[in-house]
Design a protein around this ligand. Structure first.
Ligand SMILES: [Zn+2]
Length: 333
C-alpha cells in the first residue's frame, strides 16, 4: 500500500496532535518571566480538577473553557501553575484547582462542567483538544509522582511544572514527565483486515490490536509479540504509520500496519472474538450495527480509515456518521 502523505502530516491528522504551541522550553527556568506571564492580560489558564477538563457545550459541539488572570484568586493552591507554551497570541498555563475553586468556577459559569476529555473531545476543535490533552498529561504525572521513588521524600515541582526534584537535599533526585509507549496495529492480509473484540468493551465494539511496549523491546518487537499473544497471527511485514499522544492516562500510541503471513488466527484471554473484513464486509457490518468502531478521535479509527480509503472503500467516517444519523432519525420519528 503506497503512502499517500508523509508520516509527519499523517501524525498531525491524529487527535490531540494539533498543538501548534511554542513550548517555550527556554523560559521554564526563568522565574521572573514566568511570574510576569502568569499575570499578563492575554494569558489563558487551563484549569484541571481531579484530571477533568473544563468544557462547555455550544452550537458547534464542545468548547474548551479557559480562565483569565483575576478569575482565580490562588493560582498555586495545589501546586505552581505549569507553563504549556504560546500560540503567539496568548500564553497557556495549566492550573490544578481545589474542590472549593471548582465550585466557584462552576457557579460563575453554569453552562460549563469539569468533564472527561476522552469522551468530550469527539466534537471539539482540534487545536484546543490538543492543548487540553497536553495539560492533562502533565497534570496526571504531577499528581502521581508526588514522592521521590528513591527516598520517599516529597517531590518539588520545578521548571514551570516540567521537572521534579526530591526535597531531601542529600537525595535531590530529579524526575521528568513519564510516557508509556504503546503500539497499535491494523493487521491486514491481502484485501482483508483483522479486528478483535475485547470482552470488557461495550457490546459489538471491534478494534485494531494494541498493547504496551515492554522493557527490552523495540516497537516492532512489541507489534510482533502483541499480535501473536492476542490472535496467534504470525506477521511477515510491519510498517510504522503515525503516532498520537494519548493522555488516558499517559500513553504515546505508535501506529503500525502489519501484513499477516496467513489468515489463521485464534482468540485469546484478551480477545474473545476475531474477524477478518474486506471493505464491503466492514461497510455492511457497520451499517447493520453488527460492528461498532472506536470513535474517530482514536488512532485505531484513523488506521482503519486510511486502509479503507486505500482499498477503495471511500470515507469510513461518512459511513459511521450515516449510521448515527439514521439511528437519530429513527429515534426522532
Ligand atoms: Zn529522594
Amino acid at each position: 500500500m503506497p503512502l499517500s502523505i508523509d508520516r509527519f502530516s499523517r501524525s498531525k491528522r491524529n487527535r490531540f496532535t494539533s498543538v501548534r504551541l511554542d513550548r517555550l522550553v527556554e523560559r521554564r527556568d526563568d522565574a521572573e518571566w514566568v511570574t510576569r506571564a502568569l499575570e499578563a492580560d492575554d494569558t489563558h489558564y487551563v484549569p484541571l480538577w481531579r484530571s477533568r477538563s473544563l468544557l462547555e457545550p455550544d452550537d458547534s459541539g464542545t468548547i474548551a473553557v479557559y480562565l483569565r488572570p483575576g478569575e482565580l484568586d490562588e493560582l498555586d493552591a495545589i501546586q505552581p501553575p505549569t507553563l504549556l507554551g504560546t500560540d503567539d497570541k496568548r500564553t497557556y498555563f495549566a492550573v490544578s484547582v481545589t474542590d472549593a475553586q471548582r465550585d466557584a468556577i462552576i457557579a460563575a459559569r453554569p453552562a460549563a462542567e469539569f468533564a472527561d476529555l476522552r469522551r468530550s473531545s469527539i466534537d471539539m476543535d482540534a487545536k484546543h483538544a490538543g492543548i487540553l490533552a497536553y495539560a492533562k498529561a502533565l497534570h496526571y504525572w504531577q499528581h502521581r509522582h508526588r514522592f521521590c521513588g528513591v527516598c520517599g521524600s516529597p517531590n518539588l515541582l520545578r521548571s514551570a511544572g516540567h521537572r521534579m526534584v526530591c526535597s531531601n537535599e542529600e537525595c535531590a533526585r530529579q524526575s521528568f514527565p513519564r510516557i508509556d509507549p504503546a503500539i497499535i496495529v491494523l493487521v491486514t492480509h491481502g484485501t482483508h483486515c483483522l479486528l478483535g473484540r475485547n470482552a470488557r468493551w461495550p457490546a459489538r465494539r471491534f478494534s485494531t490490536l494494541a498493547g504496551f511496549v515492554e522493557p527490552g523491546e523495540s516497537l516492532e518487537d512489541a507489534v510482533v509479540r502483541e499480535v501473536f499473544e492476542e490472535s496467534s497471527v504470525v506477521l511477515k511485514d510491519i510498517r510504522y504509520v503515525s503516532s498520537q499522544p494519548w493522555p488516558f492516562p499517559a500513553s504515546s500510541m505508535c501506529g503500525f500496519y502489519a501484513e499477516a503471513a496467513s489468515k489463521t488466527c485464534q482468540t485469546s484471554a484478551e480477545l474473545e472474538e476475531l474477524r477478518w473484513f474486506n471493505c464491503d464486509e466492514l461497510t455492511q457490518a457497520v451499517r447493520s450495527g453488527e460492528v461498532l468502531l472506536s470513535p474517530p478521535v482514536s488512532i485505531a479509527f484513523q488506521l482503519l480509515a486510511e486502509w479503507f480509503r486505500q482499498q477503495g472503500g471511500g470515507d469510513l467516517e461518512e459511513v459511521v456518521r450515516g449510521v448515527r444519523e439514521t439511528r437519530g432519525d429513527a429515534r426522532a420519528s
